[in-house]
Design a protein around this ligand. Sequence first.
Ligand SMILES: O=C[C@H](O)COP(=O)(O)O
Length: 329
Amino acid sequence: MQTTLDISTHHLPQVTHARNPGMGLDLDWVASVHANTSAIERRAATIGARRSVKKDFQAAWLLKAISLIDLTTLSGDDTAGRVKRLCAKARQPVRADMLQALGLPGLKVGAVCVYHDMVATAVEALEGSGIPVAAVSTGFPAGLSPLHLRMQEIGESVRAGAREIDIVISRRHVLTQNWQALYDEMREMRAACGDAHVKAILATGELGTLRNVARASLICMMAGADFIKTSTGKESVNATLPVTLTMVRAIRDYEDRTGIKVGYKPAGGIAKAKDALTYMALMKEELGQPWLQPDLFRFGASSLLGDIERQLEHHLTGHYSASNRHAMG
Ligand SMILES: O=C[C@H](O)COP(=O)(O)O
């Protein structure tokens, strides 16, 4: 099956829906959540295989994908220099001549995502671009530092200019089914974020079952998460299609019951343009076109942009360049 895409407003950051205010913890709803793992895996296996984007539309989809990237560097050896280079890339993600040829000179990424220490550098480097800085706070990636320090870190990241905060949940609350503790913690973190949007990282590779993933997704949404995000990129298993189906269906259920749209961010290991197209086709099919806008969908990715750039160059010239010509930072 071929699929088409409206890219007319793809580069305009738009917020077309209200933030998720959250709701009280509804344990009956949580208890009723199930995930049929074998059905989900069967469905996931058909997505990449069956779904193809028509060749003529491929460049448009790839340009759209760029606008959905949280361009990320989360390494122990990050430096101000690397972050500044990444921000320059965020402002102009594809060579200017290529963007001209493709008819989208103003294309930008969705956000730049860094550790707290690099927020001020990124904010300065992105000044005037409209590109938000996302900070991974709360003792990323394990989230095991004392709660008051995790809250303090959120406050400091917001004061340093981060407009989005990617928090990590306490996996142990999920593994011990302590839903109240998970809800309370998420609620407190959301409050600490103030006007900054909060993405809840579930670290799905450490949650054991898809049912746990579904329940944790729901609780984070009940507690007011603006986005739910799969992974830190540091777990041994990061974003997968079965996890994605589980989480986007939780988003759909939440919207059905509350009318509130929550965003989705797969992260970790998404490095190839064709994988990005698969995720986008899944989003369009499961949740519809609104989830192909940066206010409701982001890729957390450090190297995806380089592969997309290579594919776009191939689209324009018929040749592939070496991947080292598309360095990120
Ligand atoms: O949230 C973003 C991830 O840490 C990026 O993971 P990646 O380096 O595998 O693309």
